[in-house]
Write a protein that binds this ligand. Structure first.
Ligand SMILES: NC(=O)c1ccc[n+]([C@@H]2O[C@H](COP(=O)([O-])OP(=O)(O)OC[C@H]3O[C@@H](n4cnc5c(N)ncnc54)[C@H](O)[C@@H]3O)[C@@H](O)[C@H]2O)c1
Length: 315
Protein backbone atom coordinates (compact mmCIF):
# COMPACT_ATOMS: atom_id res chain seq x y z
CA UNK A 1 0.00 0.00 0.00
CA UNK A 2 1.48 3.33 -1.00
CA UNK A 3 0.50 6.40 1.01
CA UNK A 4 0.61 9.58 -1.08
CA UNK A 5 -2.50 11.55 -0.18
CA UNK A 6 -3.18 12.23 3.47
CA UNK A 7 -6.22 13.92 5.00
CA UNK A 8 -5.85 15.34 8.49
CA UNK A 9 -9.18 15.86 10.25
CA UNK A 10 -8.84 18.38 13.08
CA UNK A 11 -6.42 21.32 12.80
CA UNK A 12 -5.93 22.06 16.51
CA UNK A 13 -2.82 21.56 18.63
CA UNK A 14 -2.00 18.20 17.06
CA UNK A 15 -3.68 18.40 13.66
CA UNK A 16 -1.76 21.37 12.25
CA UNK A 17 1.54 19.88 13.46
CA UNK A 18 0.68 16.49 11.97
CA UNK A 19 -0.03 18.16 8.64
CA UNK A 20 3.54 19.45 8.71
CA UNK A 21 4.94 16.03 9.70
CA UNK A 22 3.21 14.30 6.77
CA UNK A 23 4.13 17.05 4.30
CA UNK A 24 7.78 16.87 5.37
CA UNK A 25 7.50 13.12 4.85
CA UNK A 26 6.62 13.77 1.18
CA UNK A 27 2.83 13.31 1.27
CA UNK A 28 0.22 15.62 -0.24
CA UNK A 29 -1.86 16.82 2.66
CA UNK A 30 -5.38 18.15 2.97
CA UNK A 31 -6.29 19.43 6.41
CA UNK A 32 -9.78 20.26 7.58
CA UNK A 33 -11.53 21.42 10.77
CA UNK A 34 -15.13 22.16 11.76
CA UNK A 35 -13.97 25.48 13.20
CA UNK A 36 -13.16 28.04 10.49
CA UNK A 37 -11.20 30.02 13.08
CA UNK A 38 -8.93 27.04 13.81
CA UNK A 39 -8.49 26.27 10.12
CA UNK A 40 -7.62 29.92 9.39
CA UNK A 41 -5.00 29.94 12.16
CA UNK A 42 -3.38 26.69 10.98
CA UNK A 43 -1.20 28.03 8.09
CA UNK A 44 0.52 30.56 10.37
CA UNK A 45 1.19 27.91 13.02
CA UNK A 46 2.53 25.47 10.43
CA UNK A 47 4.78 28.13 8.85
CA UNK A 48 6.15 29.08 12.26
CA UNK A 49 6.82 25.46 13.26
CA UNK A 50 8.51 24.77 9.93
CA UNK A 51 10.67 27.89 10.27
CA UNK A 52 11.80 26.69 13.71
CA UNK A 53 13.11 23.53 12.05
CA UNK A 54 14.96 25.60 9.44
CA UNK A 55 16.42 27.98 12.04
CA UNK A 56 17.70 25.03 14.08
CA UNK A 57 19.37 23.49 11.01
CA UNK A 58 17.10 20.41 11.03
CA UNK A 59 15.93 21.04 7.45
CA UNK A 60 16.94 23.44 4.68
CA UNK A 61 14.70 26.26 3.44
CA UNK A 62 14.00 24.43 0.16
CA UNK A 63 12.66 21.39 2.01
CA UNK A 64 10.48 23.65 4.14
CA UNK A 65 9.10 25.53 1.13
CA UNK A 66 8.33 22.29 -0.72
CA UNK A 67 6.59 20.80 2.33
CA UNK A 68 4.48 23.90 2.90
CA UNK A 69 3.33 23.82 -0.74
CA UNK A 70 2.09 20.25 -0.24
CA UNK A 71 -0.51 21.34 2.35
CA UNK A 72 -4.02 22.42 1.38
CA UNK A 73 -6.52 23.86 3.84
CA UNK A 74 -10.01 22.60 3.05
CA UNK A 75 -13.16 23.56 4.92
CA UNK A 76 -15.28 20.74 3.51
CA UNK A 77 -14.77 17.26 5.01
CA UNK A 78 -15.91 15.47 1.83
CA UNK A 79 -13.41 17.36 -0.33
CA UNK A 80 -10.66 16.82 2.23
CA UNK A 81 -10.98 13.05 2.36
CA UNK A 82 -12.30 11.87 -1.02
CA UNK A 83 -8.92 11.05 -2.58
CA UNK A 84 -7.11 10.11 0.64
CA UNK A 85 -4.98 6.98 1.09
CA UNK A 86 -4.69 7.78 4.80
CA UNK A 87 -7.00 9.75 7.09
CA UNK A 88 -5.43 11.00 10.31
CA UNK A 89 -8.12 11.64 12.92
CA UNK A 90 -7.02 14.43 15.27
CA UNK A 91 -10.31 15.82 16.56
CA UNK A 92 -11.44 16.44 20.15
CA UNK A 93 -11.06 13.57 22.61
CA UNK A 94 -14.78 12.82 22.94
CA UNK A 95 -16.24 9.41 22.16
CA UNK A 96 -19.55 10.56 20.68
CA UNK A 97 -17.88 13.16 18.43
CA UNK A 98 -15.30 10.65 17.18
CA UNK A 99 -18.06 8.04 16.58
CA UNK A 100 -20.01 10.54 14.44
CA UNK A 101 -16.89 11.42 12.46
CA UNK A 102 -16.07 7.75 11.79
CA UNK A 103 -19.64 7.26 10.50
CA UNK A 104 -19.24 10.30 8.20
CA UNK A 105 -15.91 8.98 6.96
CA UNK A 106 -17.50 5.57 6.36
CA UNK A 107 -20.15 7.17 4.17
CA UNK A 108 -17.76 9.08 1.92
CA UNK A 109 -14.17 7.82 2.05
CA UNK A 110 -12.62 5.34 -0.40
CA UNK A 111 -13.20 1.73 0.73
CA UNK A 112 -9.51 0.95 1.21
CA UNK A 113 -8.48 4.17 2.98
CA UNK A 114 -6.46 3.68 6.18
CA UNK A 115 -7.80 5.49 9.24
CA UNK A 116 -5.25 6.39 11.92
CA UNK A 117 -6.56 7.90 15.14
CA UNK A 118 -4.36 10.10 17.30
CA UNK A 119 -6.46 9.40 20.39
CA UNK A 120 -4.64 9.70 23.72
CA UNK A 121 -6.88 7.66 26.00
CA UNK A 122 -9.90 6.26 24.12
CA UNK A 123 -10.51 2.77 22.81
CA UNK A 124 -11.71 4.01 19.43
CA UNK A 125 -12.27 0.58 17.88
CA UNK A 126 -15.85 0.09 19.15
CA UNK A 127 -16.62 3.53 17.62
CA UNK A 128 -15.56 2.51 14.10
CA UNK A 129 -18.05 0.88 11.66
CA UNK A 130 -17.44 -2.86 11.12
CA UNK A 131 -16.41 -2.54 7.47
CA UNK A 132 -13.60 -0.10 8.42
CA UNK A 133 -12.14 -2.17 11.26
CA UNK A 134 -9.44 -3.89 9.24
CA UNK A 135 -8.12 -0.56 7.96
CA UNK A 136 -8.21 1.30 11.28
CA UNK A 137 -5.48 1.66 13.86
CA UNK A 138 -4.20 4.13 16.42
CA UNK A 139 -1.10 6.17 15.60
CA UNK A 140 -0.55 8.32 18.66
CA UNK A 141 1.94 11.20 18.53
CA UNK A 142 3.53 13.49 21.09
CA UNK A 143 3.53 17.24 20.89
CA UNK A 144 5.29 18.77 19.03
CA UNK A 145 5.30 15.80 16.63
CA UNK A 146 7.61 17.54 14.14
CA UNK A 147 10.29 17.26 16.85
CA UNK A 148 9.29 14.39 19.16
CA UNK A 149 9.80 11.14 17.25
CA UNK A 150 7.81 8.56 19.24
CA UNK A 151 4.63 7.28 17.55
CA UNK A 152 2.59 4.63 19.41
CA UNK A 153 0.99 2.30 16.90
CA UNK A 154 -1.79 0.23 18.40
CA UNK A 155 -3.83 -2.26 16.43
CA UNK A 156 -7.48 -2.99 17.03
CA UNK A 157 -8.80 -6.54 17.30
CA UNK A 158 -9.37 -6.70 13.53
CA UNK A 159 -6.67 -4.43 12.11
CA UNK A 160 -4.96 -6.06 9.15
CA UNK A 161 -1.23 -6.79 9.55
CA UNK A 162 -0.66 -5.07 6.17
CA UNK A 163 -2.15 -1.86 7.49
CA UNK A 164 0.02 -2.00 10.61
CA UNK A 165 3.20 -2.54 8.59
CA UNK A 166 2.24 0.15 6.05
CA UNK A 167 1.87 2.78 8.77
CA UNK A 168 4.91 1.57 10.69
CA UNK A 169 7.07 1.72 7.55
CA UNK A 170 5.62 5.08 6.49
CA UNK A 171 6.57 6.73 9.78
CA UNK A 172 9.92 4.95 9.98
CA UNK A 173 10.54 6.39 6.52
CA UNK A 174 9.75 9.86 7.88
CA UNK A 175 12.66 9.31 10.34
CA UNK A 176 10.26 8.78 13.25
CA UNK A 177 10.41 6.13 16.01
CA UNK A 178 7.18 4.11 15.82
CA UNK A 179 6.53 1.59 18.60
CA UNK A 180 4.18 -1.28 17.78
CA UNK A 181 1.67 -2.49 20.36
CA UNK A 182 0.06 -5.84 19.53
CA UNK A 183 -3.02 -4.74 21.45
CA UNK A 184 -4.31 -1.49 22.86
CA UNK A 185 -2.62 -0.75 26.19
CA UNK A 186 -4.62 2.24 27.49
CA UNK A 187 -2.27 5.23 27.71
CA UNK A 188 0.45 3.29 25.79
CA UNK A 189 3.73 3.52 27.74
CA UNK A 190 4.76 7.17 27.79
CA UNK A 191 1.29 8.51 28.65
CA UNK A 192 0.94 5.98 31.50
CA UNK A 193 4.28 7.09 32.91
CA UNK A 194 3.30 10.74 32.53
CA UNK A 195 -0.01 10.03 34.27
CA UNK A 196 1.82 8.43 37.23
CA UNK A 197 4.22 11.38 37.35
CA UNK A 198 1.32 13.85 37.22
CA UNK A 199 -0.38 12.17 40.17
CA UNK A 200 2.74 12.24 42.32
CA UNK A 201 3.62 15.86 41.41
CA UNK A 202 0.08 17.14 41.98
CA UNK A 203 -0.17 15.27 45.28
CA UNK A 204 3.01 16.95 46.57
CA UNK A 205 1.73 20.38 45.47
CA UNK A 206 -1.80 19.80 46.81
CA UNK A 207 -0.31 18.81 50.19
CA UNK A 208 1.80 22.00 50.19
CA UNK A 209 5.05 20.04 50.53
CA UNK A 210 6.86 21.49 47.51
CA UNK A 211 6.40 24.16 44.85
CA UNK A 212 6.04 23.60 41.09
CA UNK A 213 9.54 25.02 40.58
CA UNK A 214 10.99 22.61 43.21
CA UNK A 215 9.58 19.77 41.14
CA UNK A 216 10.98 21.14 37.90
CA UNK A 217 14.36 21.67 39.56
CA UNK A 218 14.41 18.00 40.55
CA UNK A 219 13.18 16.76 37.19
CA UNK A 220 15.50 18.90 35.07
CA UNK A 221 18.66 18.53 37.17
CA UNK A 222 18.01 14.99 38.40
CA UNK A 223 15.65 12.75 36.47
CA UNK A 224 15.58 14.08 32.97
CA UNK A 225 19.18 13.94 31.78
CA UNK A 226 19.58 10.30 32.81
CA UNK A 227 16.25 9.35 31.24
CA UNK A 228 17.17 11.08 27.99
CA UNK A 229 20.34 9.05 27.63
CA UNK A 230 19.46 5.69 29.20
CA UNK A 231 15.68 5.39 29.22
CA UNK A 232 14.25 4.09 32.49
CA UNK A 233 14.92 0.34 32.57
CA UNK A 234 18.58 0.71 31.64
CA UNK A 235 18.86 3.46 34.26
CA UNK A 236 17.64 0.85 36.79
CA UNK A 237 20.44 -1.49 35.67
CA UNK A 238 22.98 1.29 36.17
CA UNK A 239 21.74 2.11 39.68
CA UNK A 240 21.70 -1.64 40.52
CA UNK A 241 18.50 -3.67 40.76
CA UNK A 242 19.02 -4.32 44.48
CA UNK A 243 18.53 -0.61 44.98
CA UNK A 244 15.09 -0.87 43.34
CA UNK A 245 14.24 -3.91 45.45
CA UNK A 246 15.22 -2.07 48.64
CA UNK A 247 13.24 0.95 47.53
CA UNK A 248 10.08 -1.14 47.18
CA UNK A 249 10.65 -3.05 50.43
CA UNK A 250 11.38 -0.08 52.67
CA UNK A 251 9.25 2.56 51.02
CA UNK A 252 8.68 5.53 53.32
CA UNK A 253 5.57 6.67 51.47
CA UNK A 254 2.66 5.25 49.54
CA UNK A 255 2.10 6.17 45.90
CA UNK A 256 -0.87 8.51 45.50
CA UNK A 257 -4.31 7.01 45.12
CA UNK A 258 -6.42 8.00 42.17
CA UNK A 259 -9.02 10.18 43.83
CA UNK A 260 -10.33 11.82 40.68
CA UNK A 261 -8.99 15.32 41.15
CA UNK A 262 -6.33 17.73 42.28
CA UNK A 263 -7.31 20.85 44.23
CA UNK A 264 -4.45 22.82 42.70
CA UNK A 265 -5.35 21.85 39.16
CA UNK A 266 -9.03 22.68 39.71
CA UNK A 267 -8.17 26.07 41.21
CA UNK A 268 -5.72 27.05 38.45
CA UNK A 269 -8.16 26.08 35.72
CA UNK A 270 -10.99 28.02 37.41
CA UNK A 271 -8.69 31.06 37.52
CA UNK A 272 -8.10 30.74 33.75
CA UNK A 273 -4.49 29.69 34.31
CA UNK A 274 -4.66 26.81 31.86
CA UNK A 275 -1.06 26.92 30.62
CA UNK A 276 1.17 28.62 28.09
CA UNK A 277 -1.64 29.56 25.68
CA UNK A 278 -3.40 31.45 28.51
CA UNK A 279 -0.19 33.24 29.54
CA UNK A 280 -0.13 31.43 32.90
CA UNK A 281 -0.42 28.01 34.48
CA UNK A 282 1.80 26.89 37.34
CA UNK A 283 4.10 29.70 36.15
CA UNK A 284 3.42 33.26 34.90
CA UNK A 285 4.61 33.90 31.36
CA UNK A 286 4.25 37.70 31.46
CA UNK A 287 3.85 39.36 28.09
CA UNK A 288 5.50 36.59 26.07
CA UNK A 289 3.21 35.41 23.28
CA UNK A 290 2.42 31.68 22.98
CA UNK A 291 4.21 31.76 19.59
CA UNK A 292 7.41 33.07 21.20
CA UNK A 293 7.15 30.55 24.02
CA UNK A 294 6.63 27.66 21.61
CA UNK A 295 9.53 28.88 19.48
CA UNK A 296 11.82 29.01 22.53
CA UNK A 297 10.72 25.50 23.53
CA UNK A 298 11.18 24.13 19.99
CA UNK A 299 14.65 25.68 19.70
CA UNK A 300 15.83 24.08 22.94
CA UNK A 301 14.22 20.71 22.14
CA UNK A 302 15.91 20.67 18.74
CA UNK A 303 19.30 21.48 20.28
CA UNK A 304 18.80 18.65 22.78
CA UNK A 305 17.76 16.25 20.02
CA UNK A 306 20.80 17.16 17.96
CA UNK A 307 23.09 16.74 20.99
CA UNK A 308 21.60 13.30 21.75
CA UNK A 309 22.17 12.25 18.12
CA UNK A 310 25.85 13.18 18.46
CA UNK A 311 26.14 11.38 21.83
CA UNK A 312 24.51 8.22 20.44
CA UNK A 313 26.64 8.12 17.27
CA UNK A 314 29.37 6.31 19.23
CA UNK A 315 27.03 3.62 20.70
N1 LIG B 1 -2.62 17.98 22.71
C1 LIG B 1 -1.76 17.00 22.83
O1 LIG B 1 -0.66 17.17 23.38
C2 LIG B 1 -2.08 15.64 22.27
C3 LIG B 1 -1.04 14.70 22.15
C4 LIG B 1 -1.31 13.45 21.58
C5 LIG B 1 -2.60 13.14 21.17
N2 LIG B 1 -3.60 14.07 21.32
C6 LIG B 1 -4.94 13.68 20.81
O2 LIG B 1 -5.12 14.33 19.55
C7 LIG B 1 -6.52 14.62 19.37
C8 LIG B 1 -6.66 16.13 19.15
O3 LIG B 1 -6.15 16.80 20.27
P1 LIG B 1 -5.74 18.35 20.20
O4 LIG B 1 -4.97 18.61 21.45
O5 LIG B 1 -5.15 18.66 18.88
O6 LIG B 1 -7.18 19.02 20.33
P2 LIG B 1 -7.63 20.51 19.90
O7 LIG B 1 -8.82 20.80 20.75
O8 LIG B 1 -6.50 21.44 19.89
O9 LIG B 1 -8.11 20.30 18.39
C9 LIG B 1 -9.21 19.50 18.06
C10 LIG B 1 -9.86 20.12 16.84
O10 LIG B 1 -10.85 19.20 16.35
C11 LIG B 1 -11.85 20.01 15.73
N3 LIG B 1 -13.03 19.18 15.52
C12 LIG B 1 -13.90 18.72 16.42
N4 LIG B 1 -14.81 17.93 15.82
C13 LIG B 1 -14.49 17.89 14.51
C14 LIG B 1 -15.05 17.24 13.38
N5 LIG B 1 -16.12 16.44 13.49
N6 LIG B 1 -14.46 17.43 12.17
C15 LIG B 1 -13.39 18.23 12.05
N7 LIG B 1 -12.81 18.88 13.09
C16 LIG B 1 -13.36 18.69 14.31
C17 LIG B 1 -12.03 21.17 16.69
O11 LIG B 1 -12.65 22.27 16.03
C18 LIG B 1 -10.60 21.43 17.12
O12 LIG B 1 -9.99 22.46 16.34
C19 LIG B 1 -7.23 14.13 20.63
O13 LIG B 1 -7.72 12.84 20.38
C20 LIG B 1 -6.11 14.09 21.66
O14 LIG B 1 -6.35 13.13 22.67
C21 LIG B 1 -3.37 15.30 21.84
Amino acid sequence: MKIENVAIVGAGTMGHALALVHALGGCSVRITDLSSETLTAAPGLIDAACQNLVDAGEIIQDTADTAIKRIQFIADLVEAITNADLIVEAIVEKEDIKRTLFAEIDAIAPADVIIASNTSYLDIFPLVPASRQKNTLIAHWYTPPYIIDLVDIAAGPKTSPDVISTIHDLYKGFGKEPLLFGRLIPGYIANRLQAALNLECLRMIDEGWVSPSDIDHSVRHGLASRLAILGHMKKMDYTDLRMSRNGIASRMYQPPEITGGSETLTRLIEEGRTGVRAGAGFYDYGDASPEDLFKARDTKLLKLKQAIKIIEKDD
